[in-house]
Design a protein around this ligand. Sequence first.
Ligand code: SIN
Length: 483
Amino acid sequence: MTLNNTTIFKQACLINGDWMTTSDRLDVTNPASNEVIATVPNIDGDTINKAVDAAEAAFKLWRKVPAPERGEIVRRWHDLIVAHTDVLAEIMCCEQGKPLSEAKGEIAYAASYVKWFAEEAMRINGEILPGAAAGTHIRVSREPVGVCAAITPWNFPAAMITRKVAPALAAGCAIIVKPASQTPLTALALGELGIRAGIPKGVLQVVTGKASVIGDALCKNTKVRKLSFTGSTEVGSHLMAQCSHDVKKLSLELGGNAPFIVFDDADIDRAVEGLLKAKFRNAGQTCISPNRVYVHNAVIETFQTKLVAKVNALKVGNGLDDGVDIGPLIDAPAVDKVIEHVENALRNGAKLLAGGQRLAFGSNWYAPTVLTDVSATAQCACEETFGPLVPIIPFASEEQVIGYANDTPFGLAAYFYTDNLHRAQRVVDEIESGMVGINTGVISAANAPFGGVKASGLGREGAHVGIEEYLEMKYQCYAMKNL
Ligand code: SIN
């Protein structure tokens, strides 16, 4: 571990511009080795309330900073993130486990949101509308929501922060970030870079501690006007209930159960490549990861043969080592869940084509696995596995597979492969999902609206709509004299 040598490696909370520490600490471990690599403060609800007061004071000043100046500060944050790619990626790899190359990719992805929203600061426009009565006219302006809170997950320790914080800052809001307890170090490093970029004290704060304590304090505090959360549907709906008392504005990026459909007219090589990229990104610990793979009977043999050859060639190992494609899962319970899903599928008639076992590296490792003849009602087809499992389910017709795809409470991402344009349009129209990849497994981008329908969430992140989540409209009706 060389992390202590870098000045952005912080083991304290960023509160009102100062690095605050406590004697009560939480361990941060490397999932590759289970070794403790750092400790961070376990702060209490009173400290959160102080951070909210600081955010409120900072917000009053920040909202008045002219948009070009706010945008310029956010852009400087972007430049510093890019300049620190290597060290940020190393911190991320050590606390999260993903391969270094993937961690560098995530830093670039995280920075792309910061750049996007630095520019969007200049495009917070209003409207002038014809008045409803003689002599009146209507103006609609957009104002920052106020103090915001972001509760972020461990699977993307940088990108899930920047795509909440950057639009909040660009809109003129102050924001408190509570990163996942497993991955606070990337968040704290981003906070330090924020200070260096000139984000004023109190405008961006990063707090660490128990999710239940901090989440509770943020939700109870009526000065917090907006909560943005990425994580499970279960926790999201709990937070939604906790925010109901004062009707906070909410953005929720929740669980998925993405179908990946390969039709008989698909380019099979492209479908295999697309599935590998989408499924094994972050060892399958991605909300938009294909969770159920439906392959038409006519092409299933060819598809499976090509897929299994590629899956068997994936290199699993410590993310810091060269050439590694897949690292550990976040913890042992995550592996237990994959095992449960594999065993359930096998009991219900599935056949194992690749992988299928915990690896000898330690408790957090599982082999990339392919199952076929999985039942459409197997556990892995109904619940998010969040691990390196490809369950293949055969299908016979377009109608049947659309029925399978939509038979879920979730609707985050969906993917399908076909070379038939008419089919592509029909399937897009039928599929119940916030995002659809057609002949691609790579759909995430800062200029695209990320988000789901049904139990997968509320609101969108990224794109020009992403900043709207941090703005309120104000309608003004002007009645003119002497007209
Ligand atoms: C997620 O898993 O929620 C984020 C994935 C992405 O932004 O591509």
